[in-house]
Design a binder for this molecule. Structure first.
Ligand code: SF4
Ligand code: SF4
Length: 284
C-alpha cells in the first residue's frame, strides 16, 4: 500500500506529517519511505539513518545522427519543452530542457534520433531498524524532476507492505507524478487564506486523478475556520487537526518526529495513520 503525503504549498508541514506517521508505523512493522520532493529532499533530516547506497540517475536525451537527418523539423515541432531547435544544417539540443520523453525519437521519420543520456540527479538509500528511506536529489539546473521521481518510486518494489511518500509541494507535473498512483493521499492544508487556496487546487488535482484522499489541517488556530468550512462544504474527511504551536515548530526545526517529541500529539497522528491504512475514502 502506498500512502502519499502532499500539499498545495511548501511549508505546510507535509514532511513533518510524513516523518511522524512513518515513525509511528515503524514501531509495528517495516516501513519504506520515499522522499519524492527531489528538488529539496529533507525527509532524511528526521531520521538518523546511515546511507547504504548512492548512485547517479540518468535520463534519455536525443543524440542526433546528422548523416540521416533531413532537417524536416518534426522533432522540434512535437517537443513540448522547446529542447530542440532545427537549423538549416544542424539540430541543436538543449539538454537542460529535455524531459527524456522520447517523443522525438519515436516520431523522427528518418530514425535519426538516437538515445543519448544525461545525469539528472542522484538516488540515496538509507536504512536502519524497521526503516528504509529512498531519496532523490535533482541536479542543480536540471528540470527533469518527474523522471527522477519515477526512479525513486521504482526503488520501492511491489512487495513492500507499506510505502509512505513525501510528495513535492504544489500542483506541478512533479506533484502529479508523485500522487498519481497512490492508494491514499493525505493532503496537508495550512489554516491560512493562502493555505486554503492551495489546498483547493490540490483537492481538484487528486479528484482528477481519482485518488482517495483525506485532509490534515495543520497550524490550526481558533480564529481561522476557513479550511474546516471548505472541507465540510465539499464533504471531505478531516483526518486530523494539528494546532499552531511553538513547541511543534521547535521540535520540527530540530528534526524530531512530533508524536515522540510531544506525546500529547500522539493520538492525532495515530488517528491519521489508521484512517490512511484503512483507505478511508472521502469524495473522489
Ligand atoms: S525529425 Fe529527425 S530528420 Fe527531422 S529534423 Fe528532427 S532529427 Fe532531423
Ligand atoms: S526526448 Fe522529449 S523532451 Fe527531450 S527533446 Fe525529445 S521530445 Fe523533447
Amino acid at each position: 500500500m502506498t500512502i502519499t503525503v502532499a500539499s498545495g504549498k511548501g511549508g505546510s508541514g507535509k514532511t513533518m506529517v510524513t516523518a511522524s506517521l512513518a515513525a509511528l508505523l515503524a514501531q509495528e512493522q517495516p516501513v519504506t519511505l520515499l522522499d519524492l520532493d527531489v528538488e529539496e529532499p529533507n525527509l532524511h533530516l528526521f531520521f538518523d539513518l546511515p546511507v547504504r547506497r548512492e548512485g547517479p540517475v540518468w535520463s534519455m536525451i536525443p543524440d542526433i545522427d546528422e548523416e540521416r537527418c533531413t532537417h524536416c523539423g518534426v522533432c522540434s515541432s512535437i517537443c513540448e519543452f522547446n529542447a530542440l531547435l532545427v537549423l538549416e544544417e544542424q539540430v541543436l539540443v538543449f539538454p537542460e530542457l529535455c524531459k527524456g520523453c522520447r517523443g522525438c525519437a519515436v516520431l523522427c521519420p528518418e530514425g535519426a534520433v538516437g538515445d543519448g543520456r544525461k545525469m539528472i540527479g542522484t538516488l540515496e538509500t538509507r536504512q536502519g531498524g524497521a526503516m528504509t528511506l529512498h531519496s532523490g536529489r535533482l541536479r542543480v539546473s536540471e528540470t527533469a524532476a518527474p523522471a527522477l521521481i519515477r526512479a525513486v518510486k521504482e526503488r520501492a518494489g511491489a512487495s513492500e507492505p507499506v510505502v509512505i511518500c513525501d510528495a513535492p509541494p504544489g500542483t506541478s507535473c512533479s506533484a502529479v507524478e508523485a500522487v498519481r498512483d497512490a492508494d491514499f493521499v493525505i493532503l496537508v492544508g495550512e489554516a491560512t487564506p493562502l493555505g486554503l487556496h492551495d489546498l483547493e487546487l490540490m483537492v481538484r488535482t487528486v479528484r482528477q486523478l481519482e485518488r482517495p484522499y483525506g485532509v490534515v489541517i495543520n497550524k490550526a488556530v481558533p480564529q481561522d475556520r476557513s479550511v474546516h468550512a471548505f472541507c465540510a462544504s465539499e464533504s471531505i474527511e478531516v483526518l486530523g487537526i494539528i494546532p499552531h504551536s511553538r513547541a511543534i515548530a521547535q521540535a520540527c526545526a530540530q528534526g524530531r518526529r512530533i508524536p515522540e517529541a510531544l506525546p500529547a500529539t500522539y493520538t492525532v497522528f495515530e488517528h491519521i495513520l489508521r484512517a490512511a491504512l484503512r483507505r478511508e475514502v472521502t469524495a473522489v
